[in-house]
Design a binder for this molecule. Sequence first.
Ligand SMILES: *Cc1c(COP(=O)(O)O)cnc(C)c1O
Length: 383
Amino acid sequence: MNFNGTQIPPGVSSVLIVDLEAIKHNYRHIQSLAPDTEIGVSIKSDAYGLGASVIAKTLASIGCKTFFVATIDEGVKLRSDLPNTEIVILNGPTANSEWLFVEHQLTPTLNSLSQIDTWKTLKKDNIPCKAAYLHIDTGMSRLGLSINDVSQLCSNVNMLNELDIKVIMSHLSCADDEKSSTNKKQLVLFNTLVKQLTVITGPVRLSLANSAGCLLGSDYHLDMIRPGASIYGLKVTKSAQNPMRRVVHLLAQIIQIRNVDHPSTVGYGATHKINQPTKIATLAMGYADGISRASGQVSNKDNRPFATAFINGKVAPIVGRISMDLITIDVTQIPEAKPGIYAELIGNNISIDDLADISGTIGYEILTRLGQRHHRIYKGLDN
Ligand SMILES: *Cc1c(COP(=O)(O)O)cnc(C)c1O
């Protein structure tokens, strides 16, 4: 079987196509917005579910030298794939984990006074380890040093001056809304706290922006930006059009066609009623594959928008409840719908962000929940 030029092997029910050329394009687009700034790409949670190893190697091949993951485990697993890059652990060191940072040459983000203490035990013993990132909280109340912590550090010079701090970073809470006054407030607070800290640390590099922050303009770029979602093609701002190329295409095979020509119902709960001759196609995909049950229709009286499949660009609405492994679609108007062919659930006709809007969530969550069952095809892997 073939889908828009992509060869699909026999026996494959669902396909997740990850377009590496689009990923490279998106990386270069971000680079063009911030030409003098280093890009460290966020590949946490297996590169938002798309495969951290392949994606990071692809990005490393076009010059990316720094990667962010959330957990120590993630960093340990990626180290052998990314020998000459900096792997930064956003969650920082936990109790008794310091030696893992040393063994795998991972870079810690120090988020609290206690993490600073943990890290200092290595420094005291002169153990060779990477220079650290220091995370200060300017409005998330999640990770990072509080304003109070920063004053404590600044009044107790010994706490910081033996640490080798390479980057001071913070994280924006409202970057997806360019009109929000919170962005500017965080930038101002960040600069104020940095000024106090660098009296002790000496010169460091500064980083504030995630994907949406990159689009707020050069004031926010500083020395390093940390995009993730935009690299994977998501729309990261509320207002503007999405300048990123679509990376993800999700296909499901039709495994059965039913011509329902009498009054009948479709799916669990018999919620979808059929009163006229209708052709129903059953797809080998379900909520276990990331198409959330909430994105389907509750009944045919439901007026909300609900998810739609596409066959050759033609709309095939999802009808009836989405099951764990199966989705039923109405293909009455699509004569070419036959067992064996593939329908698009995410792709050129419906973006991840469209699906997220329908599902009452954000693209990030759709992406990270696509699951492990799909046959994965990395387009552009060998060039
Ligand atoms: C996840 C994360 C990013 C990347 O955010 P995107 O919105 O995906 O670009 C950047 N910085 C930090 C601290 C993060 O946790």
